[in-house]
Ligand binder design. Structure first.
Ligand code: SF4
Length: 354
């Protein structure tokens, strides 16, 4: 393992690696598969996709090696994503490998919960710190219509299994779609309260793969706050010094919730996140049109210093602020059309880890 104090190219926690806007390299989202077992309309509206070739997928050893290089350069938060990460066989094995990296302060997983019932305990035992579960509705028939899979009970069982396994800082992520589930905000807050989880409401984003996006379908942060204020009374914003994407709020009765308002209130100026796809492309922004290839040098036996040099050069040149540019760019429609997505699956949000 590369010790942080002697990391390559003299980048360490004391001397953080900064991009063009002074943002540190801190959070890495690692996609372990591009496959998913749901077909949510805001992410995977098609039934079939062009998948990454199996032989290109990073092995667990390759992922752990790359993560080690990233942590030597200042990354301390690592989140496993997909597609749906639990579709990757033996995921607890990867978690165990990453949990042994002492530079990782926060090792988290985002999942749709479908397979969590069986996997929560092995993941907890392997050393996973935190879990975020996606849940857009509490109504089984609505779930079936939103995801095109009639397995709502399985997801609820997965959430309960995560709690039982010992994950104590559970988060529930809900994408709010106008006219589809915007009437469930308070129900979801109450559901979260009942299981000791914090719910975060996410605005519908116009990223790659969202081929059904339109401005009219975005239920905005302002509307969410208005709706919840009508139900609960005055809502207080929590002032936090954090680069986390969610703004947090407190209800009069003390319950808290979050809003991730990437569409109407982008937070690019504090963005320390980058994304590694399951086949080793490193993306510096969710909206980026291309990524930096780490697979090829890795498989050509590049040294850790050589991999680090590529990462350092990429991050130092980073000037991405995709959501801000989209917001300021005037009339807004679908970001990438279906033909382009078929030609380059890396443009899909489900490939680059959402
Ligand atoms: S749009 Fe890009 S720069 Fe802005 S917050 Fe999202 S990932 Fe970060």
């Amino acid at each position: 393992m590369l010790p942080r104090a002697h990391s390559p190219l003299n980048v360490s926690a004391r001397q953080p690696l900064l991009d063009q806007f002074g943002r540190p390299l801190r959070s890495l989202r690692v996609s372990v598969t591009d496959r998913c077992n749901l077909r949510c309309g805001y992410c995977m509206p098609q039934e079939n996709y062009v998948w990454l070739p199996k032989e290109a997928l990073l092995s667990f050893e390759e992922i752990a090696r790359l993560v080690e290089v990233f942590t030597s350069l200042g990354v301390e938060d690592v989140r496993l994503t997909g597609g749906e990460p639990l579709l990757r066989r033996d995921l607890p094995h990867l978690v165990r490998m990453l949990a042994s990296n002492p530079a990782i302060k926060d090792l988290a997983l985002t999942t749709n919960g479908v397979q969590m019932d069986a996997q929560a305990q092995p993941l907890y035992d392997a050393g996973l710190h935190r879990v975020t579960l996606s849940l857009d509705t509490l109504r089984p028939e609505r779930f079936a219509s939103l995801t095109r899979r009639d397995i709502h009970a399985q997801v609820l069982a997965g959430i309960e299994a995560a709690r039982r396994a010992g994950f104590d800082k559970l988060k529930i992520d809900t994408v709010v779609l106008r006219g589809e589930n915007d009437d469930e905000l308070a129900d979801l807050v109450e559901f979260g309260r009942g299981i000791g989880a914090e719910v975060r409401f996410i605005e519908y984003m116009d990223v790659g793969g969202a081929t059904e996006w339109s401005p009219g379908k975005v239920f905005t942060r302002a509307e969410m706050l208005e709706r919840l204020t009508q139900r609960y009374g005055t809502i207080t914003p929590l002032v936090e010094n954090s680069s986390a994407p969610a703004e947090r709020f407190r209800l009069p009765d003390g319950a808290t919730f979050g809003i991730i308002a990437s569409t109407t209130t982008p937070f690019c100026r504090t963005c320390d996140r980058s994304r590694l796809t399951a086949d080793g492309l490193w993306y510096l922004c969710l909206y980026a049109q291309s990524g930096i290839d780490l697979l090829q040098p890795l498989r050509a036996s590049a040294s850790s210093d050589e991999l680090a040099a590529r990462i350092v050069a990429g991050w130092r040149a980073r000037n991405d602020r995709g959501a801000e540019l989209r917001k300021s760019g005037g009339e807004r429609g679908v970001l990438v059309d279906i033909e382009q997505l078929r030609n380059d699956p890396h443009l899909e949000m489900h490939t680059r880890g959402g």
